[in-house]
Design a protein around this ligand. Sequence first.
Ligand code: AMP
Length: 417
Amino acid sequence: MIKRPKGTFDIYGMDAKLWKQMEETIHHVCYSFGAEEIRTPIFEFTDLFVRGVGDTTDIVQKEMYTFSDRADRSFTLRPELTASVMRAYDENGLHNLHKPQKLYYIGPIFRAETPQKGRQRQFTQMGIEYLGVDSPEADGEVISIAYMLLKKIGIEGATIRINSIGSPASRKEFYTHIQEHVEKTEGFCKFCKERAYTNPLRVIDCKNEECQSLLIGTKNMLDFLNKEDTIHFEEVKKYLDRMHIPYIVDPKIVRGLDYYVKTVFEIHVDSIGAQSALGGGGRYDGLLKSIGSSKDTPGVGFALGLERFVLALQAQGKWVDEKEENSLFVAFIGEKAKEKAEEIVFALRQADIPAEIDLLNRNLRGQMKYADKLGMTYSMVLGEDEIEKEKAIIKHMQTGEEKEIAFSNIHQFMEGK
Ligand code: AMP
């Protein structure tokens, strides 16, 4: 049998229910913040990501699923969604609508990474982008959405870590500081020596322990923020304080992508192992221009990895809140009763009441066993007698309690009226 590709998963059974529940919560929370859903293509022109994510990032250098079509155009399965949302915003003239545009998404993302716990090649992100707004309150509101989602989905023990990497003007001096430090200090890894020039912020979050120890005592980006960036960061923190949202200021948070400015943040939860980041985001004021738009649109947003939410919920022993919905299994004996049973089941389903019937020609015993496996609330058996009298006994499958109900009253009974 052909197997699924490495780093991908099938979701079914209880897991599928958990996903559905989580997605419903996401739609609900985003809606309450006034955000609207956006759905963009799974693949885009490769250039969108090279320019939007940045050609010095791991994503673009090592992790994209890129392919050529028959006309030799280069496409890529989306390795993130912010660039796609920005493209859609520009292409569809959404900038002509009210500002800010608050757009959220849920969908598959593809990255050719080495699979391990919490790291897949196809995974799912939900994210939100606030476009056309540069106020610190917008950053605060965006972080508060992430906070609200964690709470409503039921993730415990997560920490929000925030930082400011300043605007390009503030960063210039910091870059020089990093470059000088890496140059005069023995022991930085070869990647950091290179990154000090290509993407100096990445030196700060290098995974190599030796590099980290060589950074102890050096200045961080917050020491280099200009006045405007400092005020912006202070206002973001004040907003979070006003909303009583707990956070930690962590100068090590720089994010991997090239487009961020000023506020950046990540959310971690230790219970899910080494890949502890649930998600992150920040402000990206220059992104739209970098993907070729003539407009300069400020924006702020985040993306969260939903597989890691599932891992966190499982680690907490949290499972689906199954709504107790009354369901009815209609068993039958004989052809005439079968037709009546089909009719009753169809009418119940039409009224959104879960109802089930055997499709495998089982005998009565088999039908009842099947109803038991499905965990139906009630069952009912139709035979010639019941058809004639137009009523039957409905039995609670757990308690055994029985009640005679006329066919015309089944709906009312099932709805608990
Ligand atoms: P990033 O855009 O890389 O910061 O990713 C945002 C979030 O997406 C991460 O914090 C993870 O929760 C999730 N994520 C990123 N890469 C993967 C992956 N390969 N497998 C599963 N989840 C991922």
